[in-house]
Design a protein around this ligand. Structure first.
Ligand code: SAM
Length: 254
């Protein structure tokens, strides 16, 4: 039988690249072991080895066999979902939407994603995963960019987004996608956004997030570091992994 394929956020391209770089630098270090060149090659060996360790163990932790943390994060978001018409911005492989669908088989779901070359997710993967899971909800997957959602998506009771806004490359200001999302929420509608909101690289002005939400008549009802809600083991707590992740929940004015 067809099995769903929910790949982790760790791209195999990254694993392969750092494995190759580590092997090459180890070989160069060994070949130059008794010369002064060893001191030059040992630095990249340690650096690439460390990055490979972080990337590799992150992939394992996120997967089912290493603690299932990606699923735990999706379950956390899904547990806060309300209403009948739900949008997932940056739906990836459709995993979060599949959980929401199973929670409420009557709900109507829309998943949008840009599905660029940088990721190993696709619209076909989402459709196949929903088929493999025998999900019967009304669902639509569309290729769109989070920074410019079309009006014909319509209005939603609830919008979720997980680890996507900081990935949107067509805008420098990552809060633009938040503003665009909120325009598609009904009055009283709920939003649950998880992203690297505490990372100054992506969100240099933290107050801007609240300003943007308020400008759309939204209100933050809960804001927590991911590590406060889920105990993150090494290396998920690392600043370059999920150390800056925060979950922001809120509601639009009635
Ligand atoms: C870390 S993955 C998260 C995927 C999914 N939300 C999840 O939790 O499994 C980031 C996602 O952002 C999507 N993405 C990148 N740029 C985007 C854009 N401009 N608009 C919508 N999605 C985008 C990628 O295709 C990828 O699926």
């Amino acid at each position: 039988m067809n099995q769903p394929k929910y790949k982790t956020w760790v791209r195999s391209k990254a694993l392969i690249t750092f494995s190759v770089l580590t092997v090459i630098s180890v070989l160069l270090s060994l070949l130059s072991f008794i010369s002064v060149l060893f001191l030059i090659f040992i630095i990249p060996t340690l650096l690439f080895g460390y990055i490979l360790l972080i990337v590799g163990v992150t992939g394992w932790r996120l997967s089912e066999i290493g603690g299932d943390y990606q699923n735990k994060i999706h379950q956390l978001i899904a547990s806060k979902v309300e209403g009948n018409r739900i949008l997932d911005i940056g739906c990836g492989s459709g995993h979060l939407l599949a959980i929401i669908a199973k929670q409420n088989p009557e709900s109507e779901l829309v998943g949008i994603d840009f599905w660029g070359d940088n990721w190993e997710y696709s619209k076909e993967l989402c459709i196949n995963n929903f088929r493999a899971e025998n999900i019967t909800n009304k669902v639509e997957f569309r290729k769109e960019t989070a920074s410019n959602l079309p009006d014909d998506l319509g209005m939603f009771d609830c919008i979720v987004s997980c680890m996507t806004f900081h990935e949107v490359q067509d805008v420098n200001d990552k809060t633009i996608s938040i503003e665009v999302a909120l325009r598609h929420l009904k009055k009283g509608g709920r939003f649950i956004f998880l992203d690297l909101f505490q990372d100054p690289k992506y969100y240099p002005e933290r107050k801007k997030i609240d300003k943007v939400i308020a400008s759309q008549n939204g209100r933050v009802t809960e804001r927590k570091s991911l590590s406060e809600v889920i105990q993150l083991p090494f290396p998920l707590k690392h600043k370059k992994v999920l150390g800056y992740a925060e979950i922001i929940t809120g509601r639009m004015a009635d």
